[in-house]
Ligand binder design. Structure first.
Ligand code: ZN
Length: 139
């Protein structure tokens, strides 16, 4: 849990429904909203289902498994905090439930990324208050 170095990268802005999402991450649970009307999963958190218009939903636990949907590789740091990180690849993971999220991979270098590669969630407790859901290559 304890990191040797203080975490210096920007943290997500947390509020409203996203605060609930990150609270589950802090418990090392990946949960997404699921509509009680049409059973569709959704992410980023919001009050209304885009498919059926229902405001009735619940936080449902994800399997945490998915595949690499897309990525980009930053060669130049876009912010000074990332100077020590380049090259790095923010990725989009598509979970088994169908939702997609922007995240990081912990164990795959940019040159080794493969479209559709199987991934699983890991939780990185970057500060005492913030846990980030990241992904690693699945067995
Ligand atoms: Zn719905």
């Amino acid at each position: 849990m304890a990191n040797a170095k203080p975490y210096k990268l920007p943290l997500p802005h947390v509020g409203g429904r996203s605060a609930e999402f990150y609270q589950f991450c802090k418990q090392h649970e990946l949960r997404f909203q699921r509509c009680k009307g049409c059973r569709a999963w959704r992410h980023i958190p919001r009050d209304m289902c885009a498919r059926c218009g229902s405001f009735d939903w619940e936080w449902s636990r994800s399997s945490g498994r998915g595949k690499l949907f897309s990525w980009t590789t930053a060669i130049q740091p876009m912010m000074p905090q990332f100077a020590g990180e380049v090259p790095y690849s923010p990725v989009i993971v598509e979970l088994e439930e169908g939702v997609r999220m922007v995240t990081w991979l912990t164990d795959v270098k940019p040159d080794d990324l493969q479209l559709g590669m199987p991934l699983e969630v890991v939780f990185d407790d970057v500060t005492p208050e913030m846990t980030l859901p990241k992904f690693r290559r699945a067995a």
